[in-house]
Design a binder for this molecule. Sequence first.
Ligand SMILES: NC(=O)c1ccc[n+]([C@@H]2O[C@H](COP(=O)([O-])OP(=O)(O)OC[C@H]3O[C@@H](n4cnc5c(N)ncnc54)[C@H](OP(=O)(O)O)[C@@H]3O)[C@@H](O)[C@H]2O)c1
Length: 348
Amino acid sequence: MALVFRLVEKTKIAILKVSTAEISMSLDLNQKIYVAGHRGMVGSAIVRNLQAQGFTNISYRTHAELDLTNQAQVAKFFEQEKPKQVYLAAARVGGIYANNTFPAEFIYNNLMVQSNVIHQAFLSGVKRLLFLGSSCIYPQLAPQPMSEDALLTGKLEPTNEPYAIAKIAGIKMCESYNRQYGDLHGIDYRSVMPTNLYGPGDNYHPENSHVIPALIRRFHEAKVSNAPEVVIWGTGTPRREFLYVDDMAAASVFVMHLDKKSYDSETHPMQSHLNVGFGADITIADLAKAVGNAVGYQGRILFDSTKPDGAPRKWMDSSRLNQLGWMPKVNLTEGLSKAYQEFLADHS
Ligand SMILES: NC(=O)c1ccc[n+]([C@@H]2O[C@H](COP(=O)([O-])OP(=O)(O)OC[C@H]3O[C@@H](n4cnc5c(N)ncnc54)[C@H](OP(=O)(O)O)[C@@H]3O)[C@@H](O)[C@H]2O)c1
C-alpha cells in the first residue's frame, strides 16, 4: 500500500503513485490550497502533511481574520484568494457536554460555515474540495463496524443530533453540487468521516475533552501527585476506535488526490462519503492501561461501574478507503507516546 511520492524539483510537479489502485497523477505543488480551520487539530495536521509533501502555496486565515459563518466575508475571501483546492476542517466541535448545552450554536455554526465555504468555493471556481464530517452521522444503533451504507438508516444519538444533522447536510451539499454542476463545471467535492482522533493539537481541557486527552491528563496528574489509583467512569468494557491525527491528515490528502475514477469506484453520487478509521477497536479498560503505560503511571486502575458506559461499541468500516490504497501508519502505542510527549511540551 505504499504511497510513493516523487518530487521533480525543477518543474515543481509531483507524481503520486498509489500501488494498490495503480493511480498515477500529476500534482502542481504551487497550486493554491485553502485549509479552513488550519489552527485546529485536524487542519493543522493537514497543513503539516501538505508542507511535508512539498506544497508551497497554502492559504489560511484565523477565525479572527475570517469568520466563516459570515457570507460576505467568505465571498470576499474566495474572490480575492481564488484557491484551487479546499480542505474544509473548520467546524464548531465539542464533547457531549458542549453539544448538549449549546445545540443551537452547534447546528447554526456548522451549517453556516460549510454552506458558505462550499457555495463560495463553487462560485469562485474551486474544482476539488474535501469536507470533513464525523462518525456521529451514523445511527445510534448502526450495525458494527459502521459502513458508509448506514447513513440515514436510523435515529441518531440524541446528544449530538444537531451537530450530526449539520454534518449530514455537508455531505449532501457536496453531493448535490456534484450532481448539478459536476459535469458542467468539472467540480468534484468529496467527504471523509473520521473516527475518534487524537494527537498533536488535541484539547486537554479537564472537563471538556475526548477520552484519550482526558485519560492522558488524569494519568499524568496521578503520576505527578503519586496518587495510588486512577478511577475510570464505567465498566471499561465498551469498545472504541482511535486514529492518530497525522494518519487522518494523510488520508485527507490521499482522498483529495485520488483520481475521479478510483473515488467513484467506491462511492455513489448519492452516497459519496468515505470512512477513515484505524481498522480495529479497543476496550476502554485496555485503552486506560495503554495510556497508563505511555505516561509511566505505576498505580492501580479502577472502574466505577455505577457510572454510564455509553454505546457498547463504535467502530468504523474503513474497507472502502483501504481498498483504494490508504492504510494507517501509527499504532496506538506509538501514537499515545507521541501524544504524551506533545502534552508534556505544551503543559510543562
Ligand atoms: N477531533 C476529533 O476527534 C474528530 C473526530 C471526527 C471528526 N472530526 C472533524 O474534523 C474537523 C476538525 O475538527 P478538529 O478536531 O480539528 O476541531 P478543532 O480543533 O476545534 O478545530 C476547528 C477549527 O475551526 C475553526 N473555526 C470554527 N468555527 C469557525 C468560524 N466560524 N470561522 C473560522 N474558523 C472557525 C476553529 O477556530 P477557533 O478555535 O478560533 O474557533 C478551529 O481552528 C471537524 O469537522 C470535526 O467534525 C474531528
